[in-house]
Design a protein around this ligand. Structure first.
Ligand code: F6R
Length: 607
């Protein structure tokens, strides 16, 4: 996602800013920009595309100056254009600002405070620049604090004003910011990677804090302008570790990102009072939505398993017959679709060749096609021309984790959006949304069990086969858990619906062939319990994911991982996490290359 770099000191800052942006490239972005105060005015250059495009544009420009800010943008509000790239300027170019996060009430702010201001972009960020300008009376820090008092949303921001030429003001709420401390200079970044080549002494801003930075001094305040004292910390990470934010692997970082990335997926996309979701990218009127008679979800791998979980929501909430198809199969069948069939292509990368080809096939046959995609501007996002970004942020580990949970969440919101036009009442919709909003907190409580799950993984590291079992909505979870284990540990594993065990696979079970069963308290709990007992009777070792408080499960399990209760349709959002952690810790225990498993690629652009 977006990245911020800033510098205040005595050195020429352009190379520092451009190199800093390059350190942030791993986050993913689609445009970049820089603003430096030189010769009494802001020199601002922005470009769509890679940082090299920005660097090319800067060639031949004299952009001297020792104070500046820079940004990489991952489009959210407004398309990928130069005008929408940061830094943004206020009306008379006396103030420039770069921002990560989302200003939720930017429309209200425009109406209430910014009549007469001239806007040059479609972004929420530009509103922030004008809002600070409107509050400016000679003290940039005070203007920032006063402006932010009106803002709802998340931000990590850096801002400069021409009247205070040697100063950057930075503020944080929900979007990280770090200040690197040098000798007569300060570096600012949305993480430590842009500054690690220069200093390892850093100060992390907390939510609700504002930093006023000049070459000789860093002063910290609350948003209410009370002074704050912060400690300088010493960072021992190298560059790669910095991108991992202290986690040993990208995969673990991304597993731990999930509470936050889920919030990003949901933000601004529901109305609690009305119990409804509104994902604008569908581009359909309520009347057109009522015409849809069938839904087809097309995807590969983990995205396919997210689709399988979404099917339950579409059928239960939206009353729509829903098929989920492996894209590489769909494209070579003779699929029956028409203009009343709504087809979603689900893809993290947005580049998967099979999913793309399947969507083209569906479109050719007259279906309405939309994307559920993570990477902004990717081919599937562009070709479908409609749909929704899942906002999981860059996913760098080959094995997908946070993209899966965000895909499931978006499918739930779509199902609710359709359901509210049919038999789902506002009260039912609200109950679902309330439960959904509790999920990030519940995810955190599961992530706290990482060490406990590590011990379980280490206990079973000698096993060469695993069987994952689930029923109903937990069956796709079992499939996803099995895929995670096999792709990063190379251990053979299978996933079955619990009821299928006795129709064949039970013959494989033995004390050396453990089962991993999802036995949370939903409508199929008793059935699943019987299936676990069948496996146990064949001396198979049993690991269970069960609902907190259900102590009775200990009688039939060797190991139990408890998860908080939630609504059945939301269970994949929680129950998948212990399986991701189990696979991860098993891979580490076996010495596997967790982030780059053999034979696999992150983006599968070939058939
Ligand atoms: C598994 C995994 C793959 C992808 C699949 C589809 O961890 O990452 O199974 O889910 O290759 O990729 P996308 O979602 O990019 O279309």
């Amino acid at each position: 996602m977006c990245g911020i770099v800033g510098y205040v000191g005595k050195k020429q800052c352009l190379p520092i800013l451009i190199n800093g942006l390059r350190r942030l490239e791993y986050r993913g972005y689609d445009s970049a920009g820089v603003a430096i105060l030189s010769d009494g005015k802001f020199n601002r250059t922005r470009a769509v595309g890679k940082i090299d495009c920005l660097a090319d544009k800067l060639k031949g420009q004299t952009m001297s100056g020792t104070v500046g800010i820079a940004h990489t943008r991952w489009a959210t509000h407004g398309g990928v254009t130069e005008a929408n790239a940061h830094p943004h300027a206020a009306c008379d170019d006396n103030l420039v600002l770069a921002h990560n996060g989302i200003i939720e009430n930017y429309r209200e702010l425009k109406e209430k405070f910014l009549q007469g201001h001239e806007f040059k972009s479609e972004t929420d960020t530009e509103v922030l620049a004008h809002l600070i300008e409107a509050h400016y009376k000679g003290d940039l820090r005070l203007a920032v604090e006063q402006a932010l008092a009106h803002v709802h949303g998340t931000y990590g921001l850096v801002v400069m004003h021409m009247n205070e030429p040697e100063k950057i003001v930075a503020a944080r709420m929900g979007s990280p910011l770090v200040v690197g401390v040098g000798d007569g200079e300060y570096y600012i970044g949305s993480d430590t990677s842009p500054m690690l080549a220069h200093t390892k002494q850093v100060i992390f801003l907390d939510d609700g804090e504002v930093a006023e930075i000049t070459p000789d001094q860093l002063k910290m305040f609350t948003l209410q302008d009370e002074k704050v004292t912060k400690c300088v910390e010493n960072i021992e990470w190298d560059d790669e570790q910095a991108q991992k934010q202290g986690f040993p692997h990208f995969m673990l970082k991304e597993i731990f990102d999930q509470p936050r990335s889920l919030e990003d997926a949901l933000r601004g996309r529901y109305d609690l009072a009305e119990g409804e979701a509104h994902l604008g990218g569908l581009n359909m009127t309520p009347e057109q939505m009522r015409q849809v008679k069938r839904v087809v979800l097309l995807a590969c791998g983990t995205a396919y398993y997210a689709g399988l979980a979404g099917k339950y929501a579409f059928e239960r909430l939206a009353d729509l017959p829903t098929e989920v198809d492996v894209a590489s199969e769909f494209r070579y069948r003779d699929p029956i679709v028409d203009d009343r069939t709504l087809v979603f292509g689900i893809s993290q990368s947005g580049e998967t060749a099979d999913t793309l080809a399947a969507l083209r096939e569906a479109k050719r046959k007259g279906a309405q096609v939309r994307g559920i995609v993570n990477v902004i501007g990717s081919t599937i996002a562009r070709e479908t021309g409609g749909g929704t970004y899942i906002h999981a942020g860059p996913e760098l580990a080959v094995a997908s984790s946070k993209a899966y949970t965000n895909m499931v969440a978006i499918l739930l919101l779509y199902a609710l959006q359709f359901g509210r036009l049919k038999r789902v009442s506002a009260a039912t919709g609200k109950r679902l949304l309330d439960a959904l909003l509790e999920i990030p907190g519940k995810m955190k409580s599961i992530l706290e069990k990482s060490d406990e799950i590590k011990k379980i993984a280490e206990k079973y590291q000698g096993a060469r086969d695993f069987m994952f079992l689930g029923r109903g909505i937990n069956y796709p979870v079992a499939l996803e858990g099995s895929l995670k284990l096999k792709e990063i540990t190379y251990i053979h594993s299978e996933a079955y619906p619990g009821g299928e065990l006795k129709h064949g696979p039970i013959s494989m079970l033995s004390p050396e062939f453990p089962i991993f069963a999802l036995m949370t308290q939903n409508q199929l709990y008793d059935k699943m319990r019987s299936n676990v007992q069948e496996a146990r009777a064949r001396q198979a070792k049993v690991i269970l994911v069960a609902t907190e408080g259900d102590e009775s499960v200990k009688e039939i399990a060797d190991d139990v991982i408890f998860v908080p209760p939630t609504m059945e349709l939301l269970e994949p959002l929680l129950n998948t996490l212990p399986l991701q952690l189990f696979a991860y810790h098993m891979a580490v225990a076996l010495g596997c290359d967790v982030d780059r498993p053999r034979n696999l690629a992150k983006s599968v652009t070939v058939e």
